[in-house]
Write a protein that binds this ligand. Structure first.
Ligand code: GLN
Length: 206
């Protein structure tokens, strides 16, 4: 079985490990660029992206994530993790890793809607089936300016909240905190297939 790792610098990496275990995959915690490069698939958890950037500074981890993604290995990124992968980030403005061709608007749902559990019904049926998907949003970003290579798998009130781009899957919500295992199963299936879904497009088009 291929090895999967969860970046464990900050955030809810433990919840991801458990969700992966429920989907039949034994993942390990990753804290260095070397560990990252020796894994076959990667999860970037939710948490606080500004803190993650600080913790990654000078470690080689951002470069290792880019290398892993460019080699076609599956990546699942949720909330803060999805912000890291983005091309651009707002509030404050900065560049992301540029692997996912979207702008991530941080903390995009006003104070009252800061956190919410939403039943998503606007789903890509081929990827997720018919059942509504329970999604936990916590100080979630919004994806904007989606590039052409970015496929939308679920929407909330018209906004893309779960997307796929080649070997990358990114959610603005926290599938690891819901009972529903479908998003993790998509990731595990991609790992089992052993190749990116669209081998001609290893990373999100720029
Ligand atoms: N608001 C956080 C950020 O901007 C993301 C929140 C989360 O991961 N739940 O990094």
């Amino acid at each position: 079985m291929p090895s999967a790792g969860v970046l464990a610098l900050q955030g809810d990496f433990e919840a991801h490990r458990k969700a992966l275990a429920a989907a039949g995959l034994d993942a390990r915690e990753i804290r260095t660029a070397g560990e990252l490069l020796s894994t076959d698939a990667l999860v970037l958890p939710g948490g606080e992206s500004t803190t993650m950037w600080k913790l990654m500074e000078g470690t080689g981890i951002p470069e290792a994530i880019a290398e892993l993604a460019a080699s076609g290995r599956p990546v699942l990124a949720t909330c803060a993790g999805a912000i890291l992968l983005s091309r651009r980030i707002t509030h404050p403005d900065r560049e992301g890793l540029g692997l996912l061709d979207v702008t991530a608007v941080r903390n995009a749902y006003g104070r009252q809607l800061d956190s919410a559990v939403v039943r998503l019904t606007d789903l890509d049926r081929e990827a997720l089936g018919d059942e509504p998907l329970e999604a936990v949003f916590i100080r979630a970003p919004r994806f904007r300016d989606l590039g052409r290579g970015v496929e939308v798998l679920a929407r909330r009130d018209g906004d893309a909240v779960l997307v796929r781009s080649g070997n990358l899957i990114a959610a603005t919500f926290h599938p690891e905190l819901a009972r529903d295992g479908r998003v993790h199963r998509l990731f595990v299936e991609a790992i089992r297939r052993g190749k990116p879904r669209d081998a001609g497009k290893l990373v999100g088009a720029r």
